[in-house]
Design a protein. Structure first.
Length: 256
């Protein structure tokens, strides 16, 4: 059965990954989207940690960003009427500034440094103190957009950092979720533009990205159906252990 599936998707591949690896990434996208929707935590960080074990280091952040762009854009479109556009536009302005700064540094980083930065960031997201929620408006939103976008260019999954700002809006839950999805969509869009500008070619990865986005949409739908039905305590412990082991493996590989 697995041989039949891998043979089917083989023509869709980039030379950098095998049929089995692509199939695993598609399933991972579905599972991590399910986790985010059902548990409200960790999907983006877990996806980053798993992708880091398969993708070439230079492809990790841009491909992860494109998959997350698809996931967030899907939610943004479904909740379009609830988006608080003044905050999103301020955030996007800051994201442009952060992206411009990052574009001057990205090409100078050694590959091993990227792997180490991702691994250490993942460990911090799992075991470090949670980002404090901060109420922001106006120019502070621009600043938040700039800083988190600069960080995401090097380590990927900055959703928890953005959430620390967006989730303090004095608005209803639906508007907050819609605004968060829109802000993350624009942030990942600027990331894609920057990586394309510094020479990364997305074209060999288009089909894998689309398949992962579709799988993620299905995972999100299923996760929403099972929202709050999964024991959170047991899941959080298992999640922390799995992500930590993946991050430590990535860190070890960057030194050998």
């Amino acid at each position: 059965m697995q041989a039949d599936i891998t043979a089917l998707i083989a023509p869709l591949l980039t030379d950098s990954i095998s049929s089995t690896e692509l199939l695993f990434l598609i399933l991972t996208s579905a599972v991590t989207s399910f986790i985010t929707a059902a548990m409200g935590i960790g999907g983006g960080v877990l996806l980053l940690a798993i992708m880091a074990t398969i993708l070439p280091p230079l492809a990790l952040i841009p491909i992860h960003g494109m998959v997350q762009l698809g996931s967030n854009a899907n939610r943004m479109l479904m909740m379009w009427s609830h988006i608080h556009w003044p905050m999103v536009l301020h955030f996007f302005l800051g994201a442009i500034v952060g992206a411009l700064v990052a574009s001057q540094v990205l090409v100078q980083l050694p590959v091993d440094w990227i792997s180490r930065a991702v691994a250490l960031f993942i460990l911090y997201m799992v075991w470090g103190p949670k980002p404090k929620k901060r109420a922001i408006a106006g120019y502070k939103t621009v600043f938040a957009g700039a800083i988190t976008t600069l960080i995401t260019m090097f380590v990927g999954a900055t959703g928890p950092l953005v959430a620390a700002f967006i989730h303090r809006m004095d608005r209803d839950k639906l508007s907050t979720a819609a605004t968060f999805s829109a802000s993350m969509s624009f942030q990942h869009f600027t990331k894609a533009v920057v990586f394309g500008a510094v020479g990364f070619s997305f074209s060999p990865w288009i089909i894998p990205i689309l398949l992962m986005v579709i799988a993620g949409s299905l995972g999100t739908w299923l996760g929403l159906k099972l929202l709050n039905r999964i024991p959170a305590t047991y899941f959080k412990q298992s999640f922390a252990i799995i992500v930590t082991l993946l991050a430590l493996r990535l860190l070890w590989q960057s030194f050998v």
